[in-house]
Design a protein around this ligand. Sequence first.
Ligand SMILES: Cc1cc2nc3c(=O)[nH]c(=O)nc-3n(C[C@H](O)[C@H](O)[C@H](O)COP(=O)(O)O)c2cc1C
Length: 193
Amino acid sequence: MPDMDTRTPLDFLLTRRSVPVKMLSAPAPDDATLRQLLTAAARVPDHGKLVPFRFAVLRRQGIDRLARLTREIGTAQGRDPDKLIKQAAAFDDAPLTVAVICTPNLGSPVPLIEQESAAALACLSLVNAAEAAGFGGHWLTGWMARDPEFLEAAFNLAEPQAVSGFIHLGTVKTQPAERPRPDLDAITTWDAS
Ligand SMILES: Cc1cc2nc3c(=O)[nH]c(=O)nc-3n(C[C@H](O)[C@H](O)[C@H](O)COP(=O)(O)O)c2cc1C
């Protein structure tokens, strides 16, 4: 088991980052650790307390199935073979994958975008919780996250349900280089008063 992160909470938020799935390796978080990470991931702002998300935990057999479905359905749909190789490889390389599924309630007065936002927050919180526990995480999507045929075959989902993120988790094998971050002054206006 990796050591817990020791940064202060603010320092964590200022320096947190994803670890691409190619830089992850086994061991993945065990079930007890994963329960903690998922508990943290579920603790997100959620308008109306609708809990418009579900977690599908996939270990080797389940992830291999997603890789196979990516190749089979993607090929049958005539998708770019080079992209399909990369998209299936992300599943092949993942030590553990959590599919965060958005399950919006269209009968609710809470707008769809707010329900999708809550599911997206769960994705980020899961990546962050993994990093806080000493692991690494990567949030990926691709056509597999939205394609009705794939979603039905993989998870028995129907619209408006979809995958908000495939969150790949594992031990950090290689630390990624920093990526460019937004220029705060370019994206912020300040009230002059
Ligand atoms: C909704 C969503 C979907 C994403 N899908 C992909 C993807 O399919 N492929 C990819 O390379 N990065 C994708 N990313 C980007 C990575 O998860 C991530 O932003 C990047 O690796 C660095 O993030 P960091 O700020 O956590 O370091 C996605 C991000 C979001 C928010």
